[in-house]
Design a protein. Structure first.
Length: 179
């Protein structure tokens, strides 16, 4: 009787498996599947998922290591820069967040969440003009997110531009009513 040959999973196949497990909230299964892969053979996406899992478990330092490992594999992997930015923004390190969001945007200019979070980081540094521009960029790339309009309205109000603040608050209210 002829035995079939087992073909090794490709990195793409493993990424699909891991992403499916992660999306199904099977964090341990996803993590264990990646751990089976030698470190020097892991893709940037696999390191990213491991970082996300570590963050889900409250292990921020481990997540930061995983995201940096993703960047070692692919220095242009914008998602890792974005996630590092989020860690720093949530850790009251807005300048480090800004640096990472800028890298994320260097490699994916149209990634609206990075523009938005960049604006939030600029608010923390009291650079309202740069925050305004970041929120305007976020809205340009995705005009359908209510929070983008709300934060822009807030910045305009802080800048003393009441008319602009009311305009964007109106957009915010329309989006909220449509959802």
């Amino acid at each position: 009787m002829l035995q079939g040959l087992a073909l090794a999973d490709t990195a793409e196949d493993i990424d699909i498996q891991v992403n499916s497990l992660y999306a199904a909230n099977k964090l341990d299964d996803a993590f264990n599947r990646i751990i089976e892969i030698p470190q020097d053979e892991r893709t940037a996406q696999q390191w990213l998922i491991m970082g996300n899992i570590m963050l889900d478990y409250g292990r921020k330092d481990d997540a930061e290591f995983m995201y940096n490992s993703a960047l070692t594999v692919d220095p242009k992997f914008y998602k890792a820069y974005y996630n590092l930015g989020n860690i720093y923004l949530n850790s009251d390190k807005p300048y480090m967040a800004i640096e990472n969001y800028k890298y994320a945007l260097k490699y994916n200019k149209g990634f609206a969440p990075a523009h938005y979070n960049l604006g939030c980081a600029y608010i923390k540094t009291a650079d309202l003009k740069k925050a305004k521009n970041a929120f305007l960029d976020a809205i340009f790339y995705n005009p359908n997110v209510a929070d983008y309009h709300f934060n822009l309205a807030y910045v305009y109000k802080q800048l003393g531009k009441e008319k602009d603040a009311k305009e964007y608050l109106g957009y915010y209210n329309k989006l909220m009513n449509n959802n």
